[in-house]
Design a protein around this ligand. Structure first.
Ligand code: FES
Ligand code: FES
Length: 155
């Protein structure tokens, strides 16, 4: 059995400072889902194709299935669990609800977080820019139209 040293990392998770020890090869998705029991981050393709595992690292969307947990040291991480404040949905979450922009919901955390990042960096995107930005988030159910309507309602 190979021995390895755990790496201590300090980061902010959904606004709360944390210090944890992780294996050098631990994936961010496993760290979030298994160690921190944040199951809102979804696993699907495992190869950075579907966007279901998207989280925000320093406000940028990242595929947690292909990111190392050790790399969040010193950074701020937002998962879907961190968007609502005091039980109030974020504007993006509320827009998705209002426009019925989900069916099974499996893609929704990643879609909502990617949309959040888009609107933070670019508050008034065109429809083409929205489509382009969300191209890495795949939805099997909705046909994307409701999602597009939800995002456009926020612009
Ligand atoms: S599970 Fe990470 S991109 Fe699909
Ligand atoms: S709502 Fe089912 S995958 Fe998007």
């Amino acid at each position: 059995m190979t021995e390895f040293a755990l790496i201590e990392i300090s980061f902010t998770l959904n606004g709360t400072p944390q210090t944890r020890s992780v294996a050098p090869f631990a994936l961010l998705i496993d760290f979030l889902r298994d160690d921190l029991t944040l199951k809102g981050t979804k696993r699907s393709c495992d190869v950075q194709v579907c966007g279901a595992c998207t989280v925000l690292v320093d406000s940028l969307p990242v595929s947690s299935c292909t990111s190392l947990a050790a790399d969040i040291d010193g950074k701020s991480v937002i998962t879907i669990e961190g968007l609502a404040q005091s039980g109030v949905l974020s504007p993006v979450q509320q827009a998705f609800v209002d426009h019925a922009a989900m069916q099974c919901g499996f893609c929704t955390p990643g879609m909502v977080l990617a949309t959040t990042a888009l609107l933070e960096s670019h508050p008034h995107p065109t429809e083409q820019e929205i489509r382009h930005y969300l191209r890495g988030n795949i939805c099997r159910c909705t046909g994307y139209i409701k999602i597009l309507e939800a995002v456009k309602s926020l612009v």
